[in-house]
Design a protein around this ligand. Structure first.
Ligand SMILES: Nc1ncnc2c1ncn2[C@@H]1O[C@H](COP(=O)(O)OP(=O)(O)OP(=O)(O)O)[C@@H](O)[C@H]1O
Length: 647
């Protein structure tokens, strides 16, 4: 760690006077880091009493290009910058992020204490490279690759003496510089703890970048004490399949006595007194266990290994002609889902009714909304009616409307009904399989004649809408069982699209990322690899609705600044279920049985731990009460617990 000397003391003043005359002061008058920097600046031909070498910020296109190239760094650094600013706000300071060339790419704070020209100098687009602005914390931290504080007249250029700046470099897991995090303010705002603050912030950004870059690799977490694992002070190492070190943070490099240049070359078996195969094998057998190991230099370390995951399914590149519409937004790489979406797109704008089929929570309504939003009627809101949620005696009035005073309790002015509301838009009839038979006949008539007659009489109204219906029940089977009218089925079924259940989708990691991004845009949230692996194997009886609920819950439990979601962020019932030793990884034919058994068991346990309160259990499971009832099949004890779950 390098601290600048106190410039209020006369040696600094003396050194400064010499520098202003273009002479290099003798060693010992200012701290060694500042002294080396002054020497570099004099050699580069900078003049202490002149202005910056490049006073103007870079051009807007160049800044834009730089921001685009540093997008990931910015995304990961922003929450940390905000956190840092909350620590220094009110002190007249600014928090600044610069890239590896010293170009400012983010600045947060109250620049009111600065004059206009100075303000410009601390805004994105300004360069604080040593060659442009002489000795300063950002440029000097970049040149020296260590945390640096530069106060007042220690700045090489006289025009920067009004500042106090403290900066720490941010290193990538490949050992290369990513940028610098800095706190700058008026020299009166100097505080001795600022150096520690920027160092902590730099570790936080480095950890986030490491987690992001190596989320699929096998990773080691190291510390000289077992309790240090999982803290900011831990060493992080990423390994490839052959046990080669492909990434490491600075702490790991120091703990393992490795040089930057060894990243990408050294194997972990040459660094630790344990073969990597054996190491990863041991952690697979005892996930989460902390091992006691020795380095090649005989140093004792505690280590936790996390096995890697297979590469994320990569969605094939889109065809150039393909439009990025609401339907395309739902394509996260699963082949079955993509086929459904492509077929749906071909139907958009055509007078062909679409029937969506799939388990509860697979996203039928989302797809219906996307079809509507991609079509020519999108200017008007889609009208969605859940046929299972309406009390039977109200469905008719709700759908078809009613004349004034048609029945007791009716509104005096009557009602147009939801079907008429859908005129010029899309009518989405959800859970159509639950519509009572008599109403099916009336709906059929409306669909055939395109006219609605309100309950209690009145003038028929012509209606024109695009029709999408959805059902979790296979409607064809319902027709065969006599529970659904065949003629209505053929009216609705211009095309049937069957959406896959979540457990059958191949794009689980991408879906997780896109949901997390939807909940916390720009926060760069991610799951701990072991959690992602466990969730990927879970059968998800509530499908995407359940997954969305779990991720929303986990995201809400995070502490400020926390971006990696671990076990402790998940709902208790789910963790119990995921960590049950008898839970086998489901696949193939046998898997279908264990899937059903696993989800039945989760439902049963959740109902039990909710004290038999079914609404609460449904909420915790992320499924609707209707689905919960269906899955319980009415086989409940009086206490409300489930004795058996049926499909
Ligand atoms: N592609 C998706 N991306 C993100 N979230 C999704 C997606 N699909 C579904 N969801 C989430 O799942 C929830 C349930 O989706 P939706 O209501 O569309 O399912 P459904 O199949 O119509 O369910 P039900 O049959 O119970 O009515 C949504 O509220 C949303 O949170």
């Amino acid at each position: 760690m390098t601290y600048a000397s106190n410039p209020g003391q006369s040696p600094v003043r003396h050194a400064r006077r010499m520098l202003d005359r273009g002479q290099m002061p003798p060693p010992g008058l200012v701290n060694a880091t500042v002294s080396r920097s002054w020497e570099r600046c004099l050699k580069a031909g900078l003049e202490p009493l002149a202005g910056p070498a490049t006073p103007e910020p870079v051009s807007p296109p160049r800044l834009e290009q730089t921001l685009e190239q540093r997008r990931e760094l910015l995304r990961q650094a922003r929450p940390v910058i905000e956190y840092l600013f909350s620590q220094v706000s009110g002190s007249g300071s600014m928090v600044i992020l610069a890239d590896d060339q010293g170009l400012l790419i983010e600045a947060l704070g109250d620049p009111e204490f600065l004059k206009r020209a100075e303000r410009v100098a601390l805004q994105p687009g300004a360069s604080w490279h040593e060659q442009d602005r002489g000795t300063n914390a950002i440029g000097t931290a970049l040149a020296e690759r260590v945390p640096v504080a530069v106060h007042g007249s220690e700045h090489f250029l006289d025009c920067n003496r009004f500042l106090t700046c403290t900066a720490a470099p941010v290193m990538g897991s490949d050992g290369k510089l990513l940028g610098v995090i800095d706190i700058s303010g008026h020299h009166g705002a100097r505080h001795p703890h600022t150096l520690g603050l920027v160092q902590t912030a730099s570790y936080m950004i480095e950890s986030r970048m490491f987690e992001l870059r190596h989320q699929r690799a096998a990773r080691l977490r190291l510390h000289p004490q077992a309790e240090g694992i999982g803290t900011l002070a831990e060493g992080l190492v990423a390994l490839d399949e052959d046990g080669r070190i492909v990434g490491a943070n600075r702490t790991a490099l120091s703990l393992l006595a490795l040089a930057d240049a060894e990243i990408g070359r050294a194997g972990i078996d040459g660094v630790l007194a344990l073969a990597s195969g054996g190491l990863l094998q041991r952690t697979r057998e005892r996930p989460g266990a902390v091992l006691d190991v020795k380095t090649r230099c005989g140093r004792r370390l505690f280590l936790k290994a996390e096995p890697g995951r297979s590469p994320a399914p990569v969605a094939p590149p889109r065809r150039a002609a393909e439009v990025r519409d609401a339907l395309a937004e739902l394509d996260t790489g699963d082949e079955r889902m993509r086929q459904c979406l492509e077929r749906a797109r071909k139907m958009v704008g055509k007078p062909i009714p679409i029937l969506l089929h799939g388990e509860s929570g697979v996203g039928k309504e989302m797809v219906a909304a996307a079809i509507h939003a991609s079509g020519p009627r999108r200017q008007r809101a889609m009208v969605a009616i859940n046929c299972a949620a309406l009390p039977e005696h109200l469905i008719e009035a709700e759908l078809f409307g009613y004349a004034p005073g048609a029945f007791t309790g009716a509104r005096r002015e009557g009602s147009a009904g939801r079907i008429r509301e859908a005129h010029g838009s899309t009518l989405f009839l959800d859970e159509i399989g639950d519509m009572p038979l008599p109403l099916q006949s009336r709906l059929l008539r409306v669909l055939q004649e395109r006219q609605v007659v309100p309950l209690g009489g009145g003038k028929p109204a012509t209606v024109d809408f695009a029709l999408i219906a959805a059902s979790h029940r296979p409607l064809k089977l319902e027709v065969e069982r006599g529970r659904f009218r065949a003629d209505l089925y053929y009216r609705l079924n211009g095309i049937t699209l069957t959406l896959p259940p979540l457990r059958a989708r191949s794009d689980f990691p991408v879906l997780v990322t896109s949901l997390l991004e939807r909940f916390e845009p720009g926060a760069g949230l991610m799951l701990e690899p072991a959690v992602l692996a466990a969730l990927g194997d879970y059968p998800w009886p509530g499908n995407l609705r359940e997954l969305a609920n779990v991720l929303r819950f986990a995201s809400a439990l995070r502490d400020p600044g926390e971006t990696v979601i671990g076990w402790h962020h998940l709902p208790e019932e789910l963790v119990d279920e995921l960590q049950r030793p008898e839970r086998a990884r489901p696949n193939d034919a046998e898997g279908v049985l264990s899937l059903r058994a696993a989800s039945d068991s989760l439902i049963e346990r959740t109902v039990r731990t909710s004290g038999g309160n079914l609404s609460e259990a449904a909420r915790r499971l992320g499924i609707s009460r209707t689905t919960l009832y269906r899955r319980m099949g009415g086989n409940r004890h009086q206490s409300g617990t489930v004795s058996r779950c049926v499909p």
